[in-house]
Design a protein around this ligand. Structure first.
Ligand SMILES: *Cc1c(COP(=O)(O)O)cnc(C)c1O
Length: 416
């Protein structure tokens, strides 16, 4: 790869922006490549390198880069203006589609990011139940706001400790954690503490994985939360329309009380949404006392791009089967290798440098991150861009071709 322009840009950026980037994961060492354009399954860097992309902007781009259908939906909206500060016909239309697809969502509120959605869902859970604490899963990621920036691994019954400077210990003391795939830990936590408003969980852990839920785990936590009068929040910001239409709640047949969405539902433009049971959502302002608002909420460009994406998926639901076939054949072509394990769910996949698939955060911490780092660089040299972390999920899109998959399998085989 020729790196010159990228390294120059990064040197400049570092003097102007913390770490040189707009979001931490992008600060690849010694410097990230800068992107000039992208189309389909490929990114072209400012240095003229073509890369096969399996990061896909960390999840939103299920139809690939610059999908023509989405582009024309955006252009059509652009020509009529792109922000009004008034309701648009897109909102009830898209709300109908999203609530129709998700059994756990009778009503929905559109916001501008996944972080905003989980922040509001947590406030709503507290407002609805009148209880103080929340429980999250160790290693679960729900965005970058205070209540969920809690150091993982602090044990089921201890109180949360801040994972970031500037987050008040008093505040995260109300965030408790349990390990994924461990219904007993949740049961004992909820038996010992009766001031819990909600459990927030990625039903498939996408930000340290994918880590898949074991058989009946999601059903068990549904029963446990219900028995303790604790709301169940599925954070489906990644899994929504990724593991299928209706997300994990349809795939696994478990109905949460609240759901958060983002990523795919914006078709590549900024979005978030939260929704749930009608009686809970009726607590949201202006209908109810739980305040939530946003200048860009329901912005027409994101809604147009998102709705075009979801309509595309409804018109061609066989995509999910096709993507699942692709990651399955990738897994088969790789075979087993000592010290590694391949985990996949539909278009989500990851090669872990750990002998067996991780089941929770503690397991994933055992991965050989130095080996991953060497592998990641080799893959980049081979023309494959993977998310630059052992803990981020890889994604395929509708734009990935058979040829891409062959190239990917070959690169995995030689770089592992
Ligand atoms: C990406 C993500 C978020 C945060 O969404 P942003 O749009 O980046 O704020 C929240 N939850 C999960 C599960 C995510 O993957």
């Amino acid at each position: 790869m020729r790196h010159n322009t990228s390294s120059d840009l990064f040197e400049l950026a570092k003097t102007l922006m913390p770490g040189g980037v707009s979001s931490p994961v992008r600060a690849i060492k010694p410097y990230p490549f800068y992107t000039e354009q992208a189309e389909g399954s490929h990114i072209r860097t400012v240095d003229g390198t073509e890369l096969l992309d399996c990061c896909m902007a960390y999840g939103p781009l299920i139809l690939g880069h610059a999908c023509p259908t989405i582009r024309s939906a955006i252009e059509d909206q652009l020509s009529r203006g792109w922000l009004y500060g008034t309701p648009t016909p897109l909102e009830p239309a898209y709300a109908k589609r999203i609530t129709g697809d998700h059994p756990g969502m009778d009503m929905v509120r559109f916001v501008s990011s996944g972080s905003e959605a989980t922040m509001a869902a947590i406030r709503l859970a507290r407002g609805f139940t009148g209880k103080k604490d929340i429980v999250k899963i160790e290693g679960g990621f729900h965005g970058a706001h205070d209540a969920v920036l809690v150091k993982a691994g602090s044990g089921a019954t201890t109180m949360g400790v801040p994972d970031s400077a500037g987050v008040l210990a008093d505040l995260v003391a109300h965030t408790r954690q349990v390990p994924f795939n461990d219904p007993d830990a949740l049961e004992s936590l909820l038996s010992a503490h009766n001031d819990v408003a909600a459990l927030i969980i990625e039903p498939v852990m996408g930000n340290i994985g994918p880590i898949l839920p074991q058989d009946n785990y999601l059903r068990d936590i549904r029963e446990i939360t219900k028995a303790h009068d604790v709301l169940l929040i599925f954070d489906e910001v990644i899994t929504g329309y990724r593991v299928g239409i209706g997300g994990a709640q349809v795939k696994y047949g478990v109905k949460p009380d609240l759901t958060t969405l983002g990523k795919i539902i914006g078709g590549g433009l900024p979005i978030g949404a939260f929704g749930g049971r009608r009686e809970i959502m009726e607590m949201v302002a202006p209908q109810g006392p739980v305040y939530q608002a946003g200048t860009y909420s329901g912005n027409p460009l994101s809604l147009a791009a998102g709705m075009a994406t979801i309509e595309w998926l409804h018109a061609r639901p066989e995509l999910y089967r096709e993507l699942d076939d692709r990651t399955r054949s990738l897994e088969e072509s790789l075979g087993r290798k000592a010290g590694g394990s391949f985990v996949r769910l539909g278009s989500m996949f990851k090669y872990f440098f750990r002998s067996s698939p991780p089941q929770n955060y503690r397991d994933v911490k055992e991965c050989d991150t130095a080996a991953f780092s060497t592998f990641w660089k080799k893959m980049l040299d081979a023309g494959i861009f993977l998310p630059p972390s052992q803990f981020e999920t890889n994604f395929l899109s509708a734009a990935h071709t058979d040829r891409d998959l062959t190239a990917l399998a070959q690169a995995y085989t030689t770089c592992r």
